[in-house]
Design a protein around this ligand. Structure first.
Ligand SMILES: Cc1ncc(COP(=O)(O)O)c(C=O)c1O
Length: 430
């Protein structure tokens, strides 16, 4: 066929192809057939429709959890390896290592599939995936520390696993055996161990994430999910002001969490809506938001950290206090560790108690408020020297204490994390 005629024919077919379709997509009589076709043409993430009486595939792990023993590893080729940045350039979560962990869950295939470590790659995800629309997702944050003995340690990873499973339950995502995930993550860190900074001011941040990926708009428990973990070498999280502390802004018009909500779970939907308030605080010269709740302006958290104060109590003793876990507060691993460690220090009373803005202002006026600090994995400890509230500036003498509690807490945590002292909180993985 001469070239010109064939070009005309191709153009005609292109323009008229819709006329060849005998079935329109909304035809209800053919719905079942279409569903089958859609399923077979669906992308990789979608589980095939279950075939009645089909035998389970022999390589499936049980519904209850994936298993470390099933882990498959494919290493990056030399050309896929990324250059490692200098410690000074790290920032927070800007660079990623060479490998990642992926574990799919497909209810139709019996549940959790085999874990896989593979070269770092972008995800391919259906545009209707529930994680993208209804935040059916959760994440965690823990770190791998390179100790002075060159050994790599994790800090209480079992607590992150517990928190992950609680968040999964809240969002209808599949739960799993936390020990198995810690083993898979430990293997990932071992493979990328040269990415764990050779420095005690930097660490390798581990971000396990679980997302609902099935491609349907219904607000229901997802039938398919993806658990992945990526690693990022990090240094400082927050900018500090000149005195080494941060200034925070307490805006009584915004809340981070509410009773019956999911403020006590590490789900993405708690974080996106904090951005506007944080930007407003920054415009007013503060670094973070102090999250208040209720008519008494109770302190709940600061930024993405748990909040602590140190003050002289009515008996004249030094008291370390943090608000109780009342459903509005994320049960921080650092928070719990501080409470456990400091309650063994005889010169300090440790209490979980409600703290209101009025309490804080009164204690400060009476000269009894000594310190205020935030605590979390990303920052460890972040001393606070100023709180903006209504038209006031509450200046807190955190940086003026001769032997501040925040520093003692920080030194103790870092000593455990970097192996200066042997402690059951630290788990050597390499
Ligand atoms: C809202 C919030 N509070 C507190 C924390 C501190 O928790 P952790 O000590 O487990 O890092 C975090 C960090 O994960 C957080 O996002």
């Amino acid at each position: 066929m001469p070239l010109r005629r064939s070009k005309v024919l191709v153009k005609w077919i292109f323009e008229n192809q819709h006329k060849f379709q005998t079935v329109r997509c909304c035809s209800s009589s053919l719905r079942y057939k279409e569903q089958l076709e859609e399923t077979s043409a669906a992308p990789e993430l979608v589980a095939p429709a279950p075939t009645p009486n089909a035998k389970p595939r022999p390589d499936l792990t049980p519904e209850i959890s994936f298993k470390y023993d099933d882990l498959r590893v494919s290493l990056a080729a030399p050309y896929q390896l990324q250059p490692k940045p200098e410690v000074e350039e790290l920032g927070f979560g800007r660079y990623f290592t060479d490998h990642m962990l992926k574990i799919y869950y497909h209810r139709a295939l019996g549940g959790w599939q085999k874990p896989e470590i593979m070269p770092f790659e972008n995800l391919s995800i259906h545009p209707a995936a529930k994680a993208l629309h209804y935040a059916v997702q959760l994440f965690e944050g823990l770190k791998a520390y390179r100790g002075r003995d060159d050994k790599i340690r994790l800090f209480r990873p079992e607590l992150n696993m517990e928190r992950m499973n609680l968040a999964a339950q809240r969002s209808g995502l599949p739960m799993f055996d936390g020990d198995e995930l810690v083993k898979c993550i430990s293997r990932l860190v071992q493979i990328d161990q040269e990415w764990v900074p050779h420095s005690e001011t930097s660490t390798l941040y581990i971000r396990p994430t679980l997302i609902g990926v099935d491609p349907t708009f219904g607000i229901q428990a997802p039938d398919s999910a993806l658990l992945f973990a990526v690693l990022s070498p990090v240094s400082a999280y927050y900018k500090k002001s000149r005195d080494g502390a941060v200034s925070i802004f307490a805006d009584p018009n915004v809340v981070r969490a509410f009773p019956g909500g999911a403020g006590n779970r590490k789900v993405g939907s708690n974080y996106g809506p904090t951005i506007e308030a944080t930007s407003r605080a920054e415009k007013l010269g503060h670094q973070q938001v102090l999250w208040l709740f209720g008519p008494n302006h109770e302190l709940t958290e600061v930024g993405a950290m748990n909040i602590f104060i140190v003050y002289i109590n009515e008996h004249g003793d030094k008291q370390l206090a943090t608000p109780p876990l009342n459903g509005l507060i994320l049960p921080g691993v650092t928070r719990r560790s501080i409470l456990e460690l400091a309650s063994q220090w005889e010169d300090l009373t440790v209490k979980e108690e409600v703290i209101t803005m009025n309490n804080l202002i009164e204690l400060n006026k009476q000269g009894r408020l000594l310190e205020m600090f935030g605590a979390g994995t990303a920052v460890v400890i972040s001393p606070i020297s100023r709180v903006g509230f209504l038209d006031m500036d509450v200046n807190i003498p955190t940086m003026k204490q001769p032997a501040p509690v925040y520093q003692r807490v920080k030194d103790t945590l870092l000593a455990i994390q970097y192996g200066h002292i042997e402690h059951p909180y630290a788990r050597i993985i390499s």
